[in-house]
Design a protein around this ligand. Structure first.
Ligand code: AMP
Length: 286
């Protein structure tokens, strides 16, 4: 039976009981509108832990003024059915005042990393993410927390926060789940109309082009980025926010690509901003 908990007081009490019984907790934070990407994390968490806690919380702190907080897809009843089907133990679904009472004024800044890549066009986004994730970690005290490589900058920032603040949680990052044509699955894909959905494949096409360049020995990142740009330009009325090849620890641009580096991009298709990435591993890419 899926147990739904809405209040901070109740989740604290429930976690105290679970810890008392020395059970291992796996935690999957989400904003709901669940899809196969979320399910990959939940299934891994079920395999590795005694108790799985999933949170659904559309976190206002991580949305900018002009972003899509109001229209972000919400499908609570469907999500509950999915979570029950996956035999998730606890759904933590607080409302905004429960997470951020009127006097709330603390935030977590992972300096440097938060202003790179997506942070440049979404100022404050990663501050909102780090703040809510730290709150969740305190409330849920997971042994392992599961995140998707889809949001790779988020995983790097969370790992740095965990390390800097000596948090006692293991961060597991799982691969990007894609649609059949390669588009990374995202709750925001529902914003795309049919024409836009076809164009949305340009992110994956650009990444696979980069992959074949690297595999053929072209390692200069300016050449790789130029080629990626020209792939995307073949899909008219798409707007590139950024294409970057960066170091996996600092998120600084690198001139020559090396194993472990990340190729990341964000592209606007109509009004919908999509992101994707690949990690270079021994000059083959995952
Ligand atoms: P969200 O609900 O979009 O905040 O995502 C919750 C978690 O699911 C995050 O750790 C995401 O990185 C992860 N996630 C979202 N989409 C995918 C995907 N296509 N493949 C793998 N993980 C994903």
């Amino acid at each position: 039976m899926l147990e739904i908990i809405n209040s901070v007081a109740d989740i604290k009490q429930r976690i105290r009981d679970i810890k008392h019984r020395q059970l291992q907790i796996g935690f999957v934070p989400t904003m709901g509108a669940l899809h196969e990407g979320h399910l990959s994390l939940i299934r891994k968490a079920k395999k590795e832990n005694d108790v799985v806690v999933v949170s659904i919380f559309v976190n206002p702190l991580q949305f900018g003024e002009c972003e899509d907080f109001d229209r972000y897809p919400r499908s609570f009843d469907y999500d509950c059915k999915v979570l029950s089907g996956e035999k998730v133990n606890i759904l933590f679904n607080p409302d905004i005042p429960e997470m951020y009472p009127g006097h709330f004024c603390t935030s977590v800044v992972v300096e440097g990393l938060e202003s790179k890549l997506c942070g440049a066009s979404r100022p404050g986004h990663f501050r909102g993410v780090a703040t809510v994730v730290l709150k969740f970690f305190h409330l849920i005290q997971p042994n392992i927390a599961y995140f998707g490589q889809k949001d790779i900058q988020q995983t790097i920032i969370i790992k740095r926060m965990v390390s800097d603040l000596d948090l006692d949680v293991k961060i597991t990052v799982l691969p990007i789940v894609r649609d059949e044509d390669g588009l990374a699955i995202s709750s925001r894909n529902t914003y795309l109309d049919d024409k836009e959905r076809k164009k949305a494949i340009c992110l994956y096409k650009a990444l696979t082009r980069a992959q074949s360049l690297v595999n053929s020995g072209i390692l200069q990142t300016d050449k790789i980025m130029r080629e990626m740009k020209s792939v995307i330009k073949r899909y008219p009325v798409t707007n590139i926010d950024y294409i970057s090849v960066v170091d996996q620890n600092t998120l600084e641009d690198v001139p020559i690509i090396k194993s472990g580096n990340i190729i990341a991009l964000a592209v606007k298709i109509g009004n919908t901003r999509l992101i994707d990435n690949m990690v270079i591993r021994n000059y083959s890419i995952s």
